[in-house]
Design a protein around this ligand. Structure first.
Ligand SMILES: Cc1cc2nc3c(=O)[nH]c(=O)nc-3n(C[C@H](O)[C@H](O)[C@H](O)COP(=O)(O)OP(=O)(O)OC[C@H]3O[C@@H](n4cnc5c(N)ncnc54)[C@H](O)[C@@H]3O)c2cc1C
Ligand code: SF4
Length: 322
């Protein structure tokens, strides 16, 4: 690991002031420390967020469920409010890694963790685009964990389970920077290689995630998160789905967000549109599941993900119908 300065600010403003191109914020450290050990990132300064008072909370007000940046995944998974009223988010938090990691990992860190493409993560230097090179190894290499949707130059998939649930629940991310705070819909927070191949979200080097807000309008609406991974615990999603249904009997709105298949949470917009005004019946569910994988462009070794995603959508919608 490179030599670095470790700073422990007491307030959000102080933390923002300590950030910059050579600094990185750290929450639970379960991803950043791995990246540093493998010299994938070599910050001159690491800014700890864990001692900032008032950044770890889960609370509901009239407008939203508010979750502070340093709230751990365990707290979210165990929260009665989240389980009862924002079910998909609690299920997604529970699906992350292992109890040890969930004890430490923070919500903001989970959202901002870097991709797990095995070529990108190799400790030896590669010429991969995401490491500043000019090549994508997944194109002719082992693409079995890579993207099947929205592909452009980089085929890595978004690793966070909670991001998929938050995308389906229509959450907002509160970003803190030198000019104060701004609120960004989760659908605009995550970005693909067409914006900047070196990063996966809109954060500038001197900004950080301060809070996540889930709109109160979805509280209590049925939602579900499902994930398929080779191992039942401690494994990233090969495919996942989060879905939310609004409306009793006839659907006013359905959201379907797919994980493990694109560099950002992938909304199955055609399937969402198709379901509006319909009832969740077996034939409708089957058609929506087919539409949810419309436009997939698998690589040589990952076409199984299309079938997996379609099956998960079918299963998730069937659960909402039950
Ligand atoms: C064995 C293993 C299995 C795993 N399986 C899964 C899985 O199934 N699903 C899943 O979702 N994840 C999985 N993970 C990833 C794990 O969940 C993340 O490492 C963790 O959630 C990151 O949270 P953290 O607080 O430790 O982040 P950190 O390591 O502290 O930070 C991660 C990144 O986010 C940045 N960051 C931290 N806080 C902020 C902030 N407030 N604003 C802006 N940027 C910030 C850091 O600079 C860093 O780049 C797994 C990890 C391991 C090691
Ligand atoms: S998929 Fe992305 S991260 Fe992986 S090798 Fe290709 S460019 Fe690099």
């Amino acid at each position: 690991v490179n030599r670095f300065e470790y700073v422990v600010p007491k307030s959000l403003e102080e933390a923002v002031g300590l950030l910059g191109p050579d600094a990185r914020p750290i929450g639970g450290g379960t991803d950043l420390t791995e990246m540093m050990k493998d010299a994938l990132v070599e910050p001159a300064r690491v800014v700890s967020l864990k001692r900032i008072a008032g950044l770890e909370y889960i609370k509901e007000d009239g407008d939203a469920l508010r979750i502070g940046a340093t709230t751990t995944l365990r707290e979210i998974a165990e929260s009665e409010t989240v389980n009862k009223r924002y079910t998909a988010l609690a299920q997604a938090a529970r699906a992350v890694a292992s109890p040890q990691i969930r004890n430490t990992a923070t919500l903001a860190g989970n959202l901002c963790q870097r991709p797990r493409c095995w070529y990108f993560r190799q400790p030896i230097a590669t010429r991969c685009y995401k490491r500043g090179g000019d090549y994508c190894y997944a194109v002719f290499g082992d693409s079995s964990i890579h993207a099947t949707f929205d592909v452009a130059a980089c085929f890595a998939v978004h690793p966070s389970d909670t991001a998929i649930a938050l995308s389906a629940l229509g959450a907002d991310i509160v970003v803190a920077g030198p000019k104060g705070q701004r609120v960004v819909p989760v659908t605009e927070f995550f970005t693909g290689p067409e914006v900047d191949i070196m990063r996966e979200n809109i954060l500038a080097p001197n900004e950080l995630v301060a809070e996540v807000r889930v709109p109160a309008s979805v509280a209590g609406q049925p939602s579900v998160f499902l994930k398929a991974a080779p191992r039942r615990s401690i494994d990233f999603a090969r495919a996942s789905v989060a879905t939310l249904a609004e409306g009793s009997q006839v659907l006013q709105r359905v959201t379907i967000s797919l994980g493990g298949v694109a560099l950002t949470p992938h909304r199955a917009l055609k399937a969402e549109e198709f379901l509006r005004g319909k009832r969740l019946q077996p034939e409708t569910i089957a058609q929506a599941a087919n539409l949810s994988v419309d436009g997939a462009l698998p690589l040589a070794r990952n076409s199984y993900k299309v079938l997996l995603a379609r099956g998960l959508v079918r299963q998730a919608l069937s659960r909402l119908a039950a």
